[in-house]
Ligand binder design. Sequence first.
Ligand code: SF4
Length: 404
Amino acid sequence: FCPTGAISEVSHIERLYTAIAEGKTIVAQTAPAVRVAIGEECGVAAGEVSTGKMVAALKALGCNYVVDTDFTADLTIMEEGTELIGRMQKKWAAAPEQAEKMGPMFTSCCPAWINNIETRFPDYLDNLSTARSPMMMMGSVVKTYFAKKMGIKPEDIFHFAVMPCTAKKGEIDRMQMVTGGMKVVDAVLTTRELGKLIRKHHIDFPALPNQEFDSPIGSSTGAAVLFGTTGGVMEAALRTAYEILAGKPLGTLSYTPARGLDGIKEASVEIPLKDGPTKTLRIAIASGISNANVMMPEIAAGKRNYDFVEVMACPGGCISGGGQPKSLDPKIIEKRQSAIYSDDEKAKLRKSHENPEIQQIYKEFFGEPNSHKAHELLHTTYADRSTLVRGPDGEVVEAPDAGD
Ligand code: SF4
């Protein structure tokens, strides 16, 4: 943040007003971390989950449909989990020296981390999951599958995302995200901007009745809501990847080594393969870009050896993103994180592959995870941007700010 408040995020609110005035069909999506923080902007106690009121407020503001980024968090697990399983099967089949050279797979849902790796550590671009972030997957799904199901022309849809994140405003403009010549997410409003809109339109947020997300892309699992905090993508991915590889569920669904607010967490997961021996998956979680920047050179030097690494640029993950409400409460991050964990624990379904709407979209549209169509709409590519910041001898002299 700018410490004086002189610099703030570029507002996309006018884009929304223009689209409403033009008579577009307005489709909003909301990220996991927004539901545990929007209440702080609107008279609800910190740490309360306000999902139903948030949906109702968006409808009151003029949205025709409100869909859940958690749905595409589940979709991300299907795509990224399948990618991880494929990479691990190759790694486990390789000679040990060769396997170590392959390095870990990194998560790809945080755009500030993507900016960081493209500018500072481009040698590892092939190790990034190619899965788009849940927000960008939702954009693709809204303007293809959802548009078709609802009988709306994609060009008549204005699709915006409510995010805890200022870096997401840049992510929607990445040229690799243009799909079929179309921008799939038209605007990003931060949690604070949504709060501002709710107050401006005098919506009595605490008194709103709870409303449900719109189907068929509105249902999600406990695994998906975990994306809102550090370690959550890892925990969600393990629930699905373990079960597919071992043919039985991970012993405990709440995987404590991935939980909490430590800067770097690591663990080894023993996986008894259903058709072979027991294998080890070495995982790590970097919370905050400075911890990733400590970890990366040590991975390159062979001092840290992992198979799967989650990086979130904000310490604590998206619950403390640059677009979240500002708070003077020293325990605010813990409160938001507890709300995420409790939302997961209360969920009827807690594993992404069990989401019936996810099963439906594969049956009706994508075929199977990592299919040709899934690659076209749900995956992306990366670019080495380190040359922008290399000195005369090729050394990195300065890198652009990673985001928030
Ligand atoms: Fe955005 Fe921060 Fe979440 Fe990354 S960790 S997606 S920068 S809010």
